[in-house]
Write a protein that binds this ligand. Structure first.
Ligand code: E4P
Length: 275
């Protein structure tokens, strides 16, 4: 499974790339807003075009998703082409993020605007990451339209299901992939029992029909969700820096390390530290 960093924070991206395990970056308007606010609070002035350029350079050789903000097919297409023209020359790694359905209401004629933008960008060989995927059928249609990636939002599905179970929860709390019962009935969203179940169903459909689209598990909030995304065969997991930082922690690892440090005899240290 490939690992992307889900961040628009340049320091986080730089750090994560220095570890040698990162295969790409996903950004979205909320992440860009957050990183600009953080920089402003720290008194750092940011020219957004230069900032994005720097991110693309750090990630050279791996894809960086940049999201459109328009809500019509034509608007998203124009913006996608513009973003691609503006930034792809930097490191040839821009992927345009298109919401599966940008309609802000249930107005039937607007539901396919995202699909239209994906198809048109794909025709122009511009890679697309289809975002805000909450059903396997959305993933199927995005794949048919030619999306390079489809991004099921695991954590946000769990948020929805937790709300339905009316229990108090923290956003990064683990939600069981097999679902949860509320008075003997499995809590579900139209047949989806957890965020990871959504990822698994997307993977199954895409693999069954041999579609070239990759399933990118998004909105991951804790290490166990990352493990489960890998177990169900997600091609990619995009992981926030805070979760990346938690992936390697285990008390027995820390305990073992403490003992190894304590047990290092002077002779051994001298031997292995010889220049
Ligand atoms: C990535 O592509 C998504 O924008 C991101 O994972 C959303 O995560 P969130 O639900 O934690 O905001």
């Amino acid at each position: 499974m490939k690992i992307f960093i889900d961040s628009a924070d340049i320091e986080e991206i730089k750090k994560a790339y220095s570890w040698g395990i990162i295969d790409g970056v996903t950004t979205n308007p909320s992440l860009i807003k957050l990183s600009l606010e953080r920089r402003k609070a720290a008194g750092v002035q940011t020219e957004l075009k230069d900032y994005i350029t720097e991110i693309l350079k750090i990630a050279k050789g791996t894809p960086v998703s940049l999201e459109v903000t328009e809500t019509t097919g034509e608007g998203m297409l124009t913006q996608g082409i513009l973003l691609y023209r503006l930034f792809n020359s930097v490191a040839k790694n821009v992927c345009i993020k298109i919401p599966i359905n940008p309609a802000l209401t249930s107005d039937a004629v607007k539901q396919y605007e995202g699909i239209y933008a994906i198809s048109e960008l794909a025709k122009r060989k511009i890679p697309v990451n289809c975002t805000l995927v909450f059903t396997p059928e959305q993933a199927l249609l995005a794949a048919k339209a030619g999306a390079t990636y489809v991004s099921p939002f695991a954590g946000r599905v769990d948020d929805l299901l937790r709300t339905r179970s009316q229990t108090l929860f923290g956003q990064d709390e683990y939600y069981p992939s097999e679902g949860k019962e509320d008075k003997t009935k499995l809590i579900e969203d139209n047949g989806i029992v957890s965020g990871i179940d959504l990822v698994a169903q997307c993977v199954e459909i895409i693999k069954t029909y041999n579609l070239p689209t990759k399933v990118l598990a998004a909105s991951l909030r804790n290490p166990r969700q990352v493990r489960e995304a890998a177990l169900v065969g997600a091609d990619v997991a995009t992981i926030p820096f805070s979760v990346l930082n938690k992936l390697l922690i285990h008390p027995k690892t820390q305990e073992g390390m403490k003992k190894f440090v304590e047990d290092s005899v002077q002779e051994y240290k001298e031997l292995v530290n010889k220049k």
